[in-house]
Write a protein that binds this ligand. Structure first.
Ligand code: JFZ
Length: 447
């Protein structure tokens, strides 16, 4: 057989095998997992923390790739890392003051550095002069304060030889000469995940990232991966160790079997301003949007694009109105502290949540689709309209609104709001309501 025919033939067989294996993957989440999904949605708001060796260079967590730093040179960061001000309790306090209910921490980013005392590699935090297992300390601090802990884990690696770097889109300039070997790399990941899910108590979620390194760039028609990641094995392992643990994967696709939530990067579900969000919002699993508090994930010393308190509030509310959580990121400094520009903003938005939390926590996206003036959330018989800006013409029309209304009030002061129910919908009189803040909430109580 000529080579081209042969390769077509084997591609066919390969495709068939893939079909069969996809069909065989039926995933039934455990009851504890379904319960965890509800709690996750009720919790609404979490703190994402990007931090590690790369923080020292003050140029974001992609610095190794962006500046083509060779593994041999990058290694010099290891004996230099000493985050003297690291205090897990302070990080957890920052999250609490912000009104956040969970933290997602980078256990291992693309530079392959492990932020815990892994037995699978020497490239780890306990081999720095700092020596401490920061994940152990963070897990203990979270447990003490009732904050849930999720773990970010990169499937992409710019450091190891056995990662299939030859077919990777990134990390080509880190000087690797050894051959990729996915079987070996997969075993390494499974061993690490076993440690993470065995030695650190209850883990809320594993937040995978890196799939896209083996695909065409976002927006390309062909979304297939150059390697078979064998997610069914990885996901099966996680769910067997901790059935409640929610798995998400930042692959920008429809959720795959075994995944328990869907994430959106730098976009609310349904938006695609970042050019990374071509996926449709899932109707099956909880949704989560992740965003940066300035312009960077990992510490960037020159980044001053701080979001304002209003922007943070509207981001959170905008997510809640689209039935999604917000995972808001900070990149702590190399000394382990979260800079005051971040903690101040987070605390101020937290103050707002102390007053308005009832209209966010425990709610789901409301019956009114996002509007030019804002969004809606709902809990039981109460619908909350979150109005970001003065509605045009001193009235708000909720087209097609059919349910019988008992009363309408300004949430914060219980002032009654005049309303009319007509064929075209519900009309609210907004005259006299001040819309100066980030979000004025109007509460509609249904009969
Ligand atoms: C990823 C990471 O690369 C990033 O460092 C950060 O951790 C963020 C939360 O997740 O972001 C991506 C994801 C996909 C692409 C680029 C960055 N992509 O497809 O090119």
């Amino acid at each position: 057989m000529p080579v081209s025919v042969l390769s077509k033939f084997s591609a066919c067989i390969g495709g068939l095998a893939l079909c069969i294996s996809l069909q065989a993957q039926v995933y039934t989440p455990a009851p504890a997992n379904l319960e965890a999904r509800k709690t996750f949605q009720d919790n609404k708001y979490g703190l994402f923390i990007h931090w590690g060796l790369s923080s020292m260079l003050g140029d974001g967590e992609w610095v190794m790739n962006n500046r083509n730093i060779k593994v041999e040179d990058y290694k010099r960061l290891l004996p230099a890392f000493y985050p003297a001000q690291f205090d897990a309790d302070k990080w957890v306090q920052t999250a609490r003051n912000a009104g956040m209910k969970y933290i997602v921490f980078i256990t291992r980013h693309h530079d392959g550095f492990s932020n815990w005392d892994t037995k699978q590699s020497d490239w780890k935090i306990t081999n720095t002069p700092f020596k401490r297992d920061v994940l152990k300390e963070l897990a203990a601090a979270c447990k003490k304060e009732g904050i849930k802990l999720g773990l970010y884990y990169s499937t992409l690696d710019w450091y190891r030889d056995d990662y299939p770097h030859e077919t990777g889109r990134t990390g080509q300039g880190t000087g690797r000469t050894g051959k990729g070997n996915y079987a070996s790399y997969l075993q390494f990941m499974k061993n690490q995940l076993t440690e993470l899910l065995t030695n650190y108590g209850e883990i809320m979620s594993i937040w995978f990232d890196g799939h896209w390194d083996q695909t065409n760039p976002e927006g390309a028609h062909d979304r297939s991966s150059r390697i078979d990641w064998r997610y069914e094995e990885i996901y099966g392992l996680i769910h067997s160790l901790q059935p409640q643990c929610m798995i998400g994967n930042n692959h920008h696709l429809t959720p795959l079997p075994g995944e328990d939530f869907q994430m959106f990067e730098r976009d609310l579900p349904g938006e695609n301003k970042s050019g990374l969000s071509f996926q449709e919002a899932s109707q099956e699993v909880p949704l989560e949007t992740c965003e940066t508090i300035n312009g960077a994930w990992g510490y960037n010393i020159t980044d001053r694009k701080y979001k304002t308190v209003s922007q943070v509030i509207q981001l959170l509310v905008g997510a809640a109105g689209r039935n999604a959580n917000l995972l808001l990121n900070v990149g702590p400094m190399p000394n382990g502290q979260i800079q005051p520009e971040f903690t101040d903003t987070l605390a101020a938005a937290g103050k707002w949540l102390e007053k308005y939390g009832e209209t966010i926590y425990g709610t789901r996206g409301g019956p009114i689709a996002p509007q030019p003036w804002g969004v809606s959330t709902q809990k039981g018989r109460k619908i909350y309209l979150h109005v970001f800006k003065q509605p045009y013409g001193n009235m708000i029309l909720l087209p097609g609104f059919k349910e019988k209304v008992k009363q309408v009030q300004v949430f914060i002061n219980r002032e009654p709001v005049k309303f009319k129910q007509q064929a075209e919908g519900l009309i609210l009189q907004s005259e006299g309501i001040s819309f100066d803040g980030a979000d004025e909430v109007i509460e509609i109580e249904l009969r």
